[in-house]
Design a protein around this ligand. Structure first.
Ligand SMILES: [Zn+2]
Length: 417
């Protein structure tokens, strides 16, 4: 390792200049926390995963904490909580909770367990993907029809959604930003609309790299949901909404589904946000088995580009480009995220994970490339010009053949390792 090279290159987005990899999994200290979705500009400082002095990432640290948890006790807590929720409701046929989700394995599991094990009556709500994959649509239908749930499918104005996706790609290299924002807001909004006091998510966002202390709470507060005091300050896709309006035919009211919640929305409206992962031990592979058995969830018929897995994030044709852009911005592609998680859960060894990362992490998503270019109306040439602008010099360099290479990898075979 050439220590002298490590600080030679500039780091974009306020990322740590010194690239370090977790000693236990394959994630690096460049992984942003979930607050990253509300970024306004590419240079705004990002909060990243914490590493301890022994180079253990916080997700791995939390994994050992998780092994110590008395899950039987947590289950009892959940039964008690559900009893409370039932007892406190004024109208017997009112919904007990909102469960936001797509019908992917996680939300399918969450909704099914909450309804059939814990006895609550949930209203599920879905923020539609940009472009449904066939398997994504089938899983969504199975969730509702096989699993047996009421669902509201919210589809945002497709013209505006495309426009924002294009802006977010060009300005932030984050084509998934509008989707993520909308999806995060929809749960509490529907809860308020239907007077439902509880929102249930599946996993705690903190588990994969936020502060460990956030894993010890059974609920999530307003911090998780972006808020805005003055709508004129609102930025989407890396531009001020007022500017977007000036340069387009859209009006402020068109942006309603993307406008973050008012300050302290959760608190003010007496909504409680829980996540099932606090009460039930969360293992993605077990969750997948459960969902296929109980809600007709199907994995993708073929391997997803950029990784080796077939059952995570398969609803949206844009999803592949989300992970491709995380590879460019943070040096972490989809295989890295999948392998890190499976190493922690003991499904694969670190070495196997490193090999999978080597094999798939940098695979270009060809399958929906043309559709993606059409969707955001740019040419192939423009696509790669934009992508290259976002390669941080501290992560990427060119080899002797002029090909882009990561300077540092988990396998320690990067350009500068
Ligand atoms: Zn780790």
């Amino acid at each position: 390792m050439h220590q002298n090279l490590r600080n030679k290159y500039k780091a974009f987005y306020g990322l740590p200049e010194d690239v370090r990899f977790c000693k236990s999994c394959v994630i690096s200290n460049q992984r942003p926390s979930s607050t990253v979705e509300f970024l306004h500009s590419p240079n705004e400082k990002k909060e990243v995963i914490e590493f301890d002095d022994n180079n253990l990432c916080s997700a791995c640290q939390y994994h050992s904490v998780k092994e110590e948890i008395d899950w039987k006790h947590r289950e009892e807590e959940m039964f008690k909580l559900c009893e409370e929720i039932k007892k406190n409701k004024k109208n017997k046929i009112q919904y007990d909770c909102v469960i936001p989700g797509s019908g992917g394995k996680d939300s399918a599991f969450t909704a099914h367990i909450i309804k059939y094990k814990y006895g609550l009556n949930p209203l599920t709500v879905t923020w539609a993907p940009h472009l449904y994959t066939d398997i994504g649509w089938k899983n969504f239908e199975n969730w509702v029809h096989v699993g047996g749930f009421d669902n509201i499918l919210f589809t945002p104005n497709g013209k505006l959604h495309r426009y924002l996706t294009k802006k977010a790609f060009e300005n932030l290299l984050h084509p998934f930003q509008p989707f993520i924002i909308g999806q995060r807001i929809i749960g509490p909004l529907i809860a308020k609309q239907f007077n439902i006091p509880v929102v249930f998510y599946g996993e705690n966002q903190a588990e994969y790299g936020n502060k460990i202390s956030e894993n010890n709470k059974n609920s999530m507060d307003d911090k998780f949901f972006s808020s805005v005091e003055d709508v004129n300050d609102l930025m989407l896709g890396g531009e001020k909404v007022s500017e977007l309006i000036k340069n387009s035919n859209f009006k402020i009211e068109d942006f309603k589904p993307y406008i973050p919640l008012e300050k302290n929305f959760i608190k003010k409206n007496n909504i409680v946000v829980h996540y099932l992962g606090y009460y039930e031990k969360w293992d993605p592979q077990e969750v997948y088995y459960y969902a296929s058995e109980n809600t007709g969830f199907n994995p993708s018929p073929e391997r997803t580009e950029g990784t080796y897995g077939r059952y995570s994030s398969i609803d949206d044709k844009i999803d592949m480009f989300h992970y491709y852009t995380t590879l460019i911005k943070f040096g972490l592609g989809r295989a890295t995220y999948d392998a890190a998680q499976e190493i922690r859960n003991g499904k694969i060894t670190k070495e196997e994970g490193q090999n999978l990362v080597k094999l798939y992490d940098q695979e270009f998503p060809k399958k929906y490339f043309k559709e993606f270019l059409d969707y955001i109306s740019i040419s192939e040439k423009e696509f790669f010009q934009i992508v290259d602008k976002f390669r941080s010099p501290h992560l990427w360099g060119k080899d002797i053949n002029g090909e882009w290479k990561l300077r540092h990898t988990s396998s320690n075979d990067g350009l500068d390792d």
